[in-house]
Design a protein. Sequence first.
Length: 317
Amino acid sequence: MSDAVFMVGWYIKKERNSSLEIGSKNDYTAPRDDLRSESPMSGVLERTLGILELLSQHGEGLELAEIAERLQIPRSGTHRLLTDLARLGYVRQTRGRGDYLLTTKLVSMGLMYLSNSGIVDIAQPMLNRLAEVSGELVRLSVVDGDRLTWVARAQGARQGLRYDPDMGSDARLSCSSSGWAFLSTLSETEALAIVARQGLGLPEHFGPAAPPTMQALLEAVAITRQRGYSMTADTYTAGLSAMSAPVRFAGQAAFGVLTIAGPTVRFSFERMAGLADELVRTAQQLAAISGSSPFFSATAAAGEAKPVDGRKPIYAV
């Protein structure tokens, strides 16, 4: 067992009171309710963001009492915050039961940002071409600190089974193809630290082939690093296969990841291997033209300014 694996216990202890730990997919895409029950939210900004993040997980809406209970906020304070959010157009209340739901204002803000960032403009033609060649779903994710978020996609499957996840969600690094590709560009110590902060995605919560231990994850990442791209089957979701290549400059941490994903019944390891050259070549082309996107430029500049172990988030320019 490597020294880095031995260190993971320290990282988990260090982050236990402030970060996500082992849990389910929903535990990562939004703050965990059980952690909040241990540490009630304080501060207007933290409470407001907590409400928005909680409602983003519940498209059907939640009652005021349930929101207050989950976030450990007094009902009176919860009501005031919801009233302000409704006044500003971020939430609305249903006529029937009076549940609170998110409006599309946050979605519009996100789409506007992506439009102004230049990501879609430079990447979409390449995603479309790769989707046409592969006949499967192609996704682009971007790195923001410890997070890997899917921001663009192109669907190549015209009929039969299609895998088409929601954009804007974050990948669980330990069991996703894109996560392995990203981690393969980091040092072993930093990769373990990031996974410890996010939490290990175990087979009972994700795919049956998800790495059950940090050592198993390190072995998968090492193979990915040697090969230059990842290949997974049933790790993130049962019945899903995927392959990913990092978008990066030589010797730098990835600032994006390009992925092809499809149903395991047709997207076999043999078929993935046949698409490897095309995937890696497209990822390299994305890196080469990334300077035309302010979003990618900020990430690349952060990577050049510091070594891999001292990466800055993409917003740090």
